[in-house]
Design a protein around this ligand. Structure first.
Ligand code: C5P
Length: 314
């Protein structure tokens, strides 16, 4: 076993540069061709052992902490249970239902914002617990456990820029030259991912929608490190469904474009809006949207960012 008394791990939020969605599968999920891009905005999770018999406890600090549950409905609770069960099975030990562990989440990624904040918590929790418990699973084992917890968790473990197929969990890394500057405008109110997928279903009712291929213009823009070409090619099949639920977000998209962004997109299932911009225009883009009454906050960041990693041991 590891000697650590506490371990802190980080995992990044993401934007989907392309989010191609096909008709809903029999299991209720939609087949995707998703180009995930991790950005320099990290969730941090610190774990430490609890007194025997205490079970799992969760505390949350940081951005929108009051909107995040601290009971078993928080995904990190299931992350702790699933990882401890997987480790017990692997060692042939008697299965324990609930480990005695405290998880402290520090949030930076918007809640219910389409940037995989909950999945990043889950990825950071898996990574931190894996280290705390001195386990030796492979990255593929951790990704398999992550995929059971949420479609975006494997990418939050992986980081960088990657093509995600299946329901987003089958990942292949993509080549990227240099870095891209992003501006994000978060919303005053979150959107439910499931509700946005249902809006997608209503819009395509009666049609069999095939999953699109990854867009060669995007792959080329990434390889050449060309933000102007990337901006033109951004594409999200959940954008119209998300805008059907929040029509006034169109104003935010348009304001950022008028301020000189290369491209604008709803991030994942929304409602966060993402702009790709030249480094010397990004501040103007952020200022142009910050005053909109839909916008909670506008900030600059960049990508790609690394995946889950341990940042401190106590
Ligand atoms: O996998 P996760 O729990 O993050 O997904 C949240 C919800 O989003 C699912 O319950 C499902 O309604 C929808 N979803 C989907 N197809 C995907 C990913 C998510 O329909 N590929």
């Amino acid at each position: 076993m590891s000697e650590a008394q506490s371990v802190t791990a980080r995992a990044p939020g993401k934007v989907n540069i392309q989010l191609g969605v096909g008709s809903v599968r029999e299991d209720g999920y939609h087949p995707l061709a998703s180009i995930f891009h991790a950005v320099e905005l990290f969730e941090e999770v610190t774990v430490r052992p609890n007194e025997p018999g205490t079970g799992i406890t969760i505390e949350v600090s940081g951005q929108q902490a009051d909107e995040v549950p601290t009971d078993e409905s928080n995904l990190v609770w299931r992350a702790a249970v699933e990882l401890s069960q997987a480790l017990a099975e692997a060692s042939g030990a008697r299965m324990r239902q609930v480990p005695d562990v405290h998880l402290a989440i520090h949030k930076s990624v918007p809640v219910a914002g389409g940037m995989a904040g909950g999945s990043a918590d889950c990825a950071a929790a898996l990574f931190a617990l894996h280290e705390l418990w001195g386990a030796a699973l492979t990255p593929a084992d951790l990704a398999r456990i992550g995929a059971r917890l949420g479609s975006d968790v494997p990418f939050c473990l992986h980081g960088g820029t990657a093509l995600g197929l299946g329901r987003g969990e089958l990942l292949s890394p993509l080549m990227v030259r240099g870095r891209f500057t992003w501006v994000f405008a978060t919303s005053v109110e979150g959107l439910s991912t499931a509700a946005v997928y249902r809006a997608f279903d209503r819009m395509h009712e009666g049609r069999d929608v095939a999953v699109p291929e990854p867009d060669p213009r995007i792959l080329s823009a990434l390889i050449h490190g060309d933000p102007a070409a990337l901006g033109k090619a951004l594409c999200n099949d959940l954008q119209e469904p998300a805008l059907s639920l929040r029509p006034r977000l169109r104003d935010v998209l348009e304001a950022g474009m008028s301020a000189g962004a290369f491209g604008a997109i709803v991030s994942g299932s929304g409602p966060t809006i993402a702009f790709v911009a030249a480094p010397d225009r990004a501040q103007d883009v952020a200022v142009s949207v910050a005053g909109d009454e839909q916008v909670r906050a506008a900030f600059l960041t960049s990508g790609p960012a690394p995946g889950a990693r341990v940042v401190r041991r106590g």
